[in-house]
Write a protein that binds this ligand. Sequence first.
Ligand SMILES: Nc1ncnc2c1ncn2[C@@H]1O[C@H](COP(=O)(O)OP(=O)(O)OP(=O)(O)O)[C@@H](O)[C@H]1O
Ligand SMILES: [Mg+2]
Length: 503
Amino acid sequence: MTVAIEMGQTTAGAAAAMDLEELLATRLLVQGNSGSGKSHLLRRLLEQSAPWVQQAIIDPEGDFVTLAERFGHLVIEAEDHTERGLQVAGERARLHRVSTVLNLEGLDAENQMRRAAAFLGGMFDVDRDHWYPMLVVVDEAQLFAPAVAGEVSDEARKLSLGAMTNLMCRGRKRGLAGIIATQRLAKLAKNVAAEASNFLMGRTFLDIDMARAADLLGMERRQAEAFRDLERGQFMALGPALSRRPLRLNIGPTDTSPRNSTPRLLPLPEATLEDARAVILAAPPPDASRPQRRPAPDLLEQLRAAKAATPEIRPETVEVPVSAEELAERRERVDRTLRAVLAEPDAGFRAIGVLYQEFVVRCRIEGLGSAVPDLNEFRRMLTHARAGLGTDLAEDDAWQDVSLRASILPDDMQGVFMMIARAAKEGWPCPGDAAIARAYGSHSLRRAQRLLGYMEEQGLIVCQLDGGGRRIVTLVELAWATAPGDPNGDDLPAEQVASAASA
Ligand SMILES: Nc1ncnc2c1ncn2[C@@H]1O[C@H](COP(=O)(O)OP(=O)(O)OP(=O)(O)O)[C@@H](O)[C@H]1O
Ligand SMILES: [Mg+2]
């Protein structure tokens, strides 16, 4: 059986495939300057081969943790474990044949090297009975196998270079197929690069890297000049698993995206900050205690549970108010006042300014004169209330994540996003256009549709229609999806109405 991994298309338009069995018997080196598309290429390769073969990814930037959601990789936060713990984890991952992402984000160079070495060592040293084939991907390989000594200790460098040399030179017999990517070939230890027999060469600017690439590929240096003209996502392929002659190809799209994607341009907030100087330059709050570290969980347990692994959410620091009771009581009265304002017929369609004035008056009547939320706070509360959200959600970790995502949208869209998010979280039917328009303070159904389109463009949601023309909205990254809902249905699903009423 041969398994062909589709990497993309040749510049002539033919499918460009990689022979997985051949790859497992050899090794692959990917090089290209920053932004040439190496990590994208690795992701494509990992996604396409995930159903066929076990994988381990040494991930210095935490780029690949998003593979977990779709493909069930176990994410190991290297920060949380000792070297010994990671070595054992490497062994166990092979024993149990679980695909893993070793997230080294946040560690200094010395610790990245030590921990990657420990994990690779564990995989390498496993008993002969467990030498099943697997792909071992190392992104930014020059960090782990540097050509020259850097500022890290000699010991760390020796450990890491040793592990990388083992992977690339002696790994094959043990079933480990090394796939390494680097920005700068000239910065990668020569003996590690030299073992690769498959190459994907991306855009390269520096002469010294080009010369190294030409030497490795057995090309004339003049020929290697072509690497300068490659576009992002374009690579020159050569090797037994790829092509017998240098072949230019475009890497195809991926299903998942890196967690740290390129920043997008976002509209600036519409409301102007009344006193920018006072807000920005206010005295810093007293040093909040650092978030408590989660205790390191037992790795074997984790490995067993790996298939059910869900994305991790770090605990947030919670500021404890000085007089919690008093605040809670005041908050309750403010909430009650807001509900009263919103209970007015047509409240959903009145301008925020008008609603706010009425709210302020009622607050004064309630004796809340000094504690009236300002307009921005009012906007936020309104957003929540219109989305039918109770305060219980504020405690929910996954929900914090939703609020964070919502914050990239203009204020007045956040409520709609959260209303949909709520439906998706609970698996309720997707709200109809009329309900969406109302939450946006509008009668226009077209506007509701445009709103969804905008959120989709921002990469927050994906909208689909099922066979019956009913709409399903999926929240990107969280992978929560609404049940199918009729876009022309004239009101919120019953569950959401009930929840809004009790909010
Ligand atoms: N084939 C492709 N199709 C579409 N987008 C791509 C493709 N290749 C890369 N990109 C996009 O280009 C940007 C840079 O790609 P990528 O992060 O893979 O570069 P890189 O070579 O890993 O850079 P670095 O060395 O800085 O990590 C990313 O936003 C990525 O999504
Ligand atoms: Mg990269």
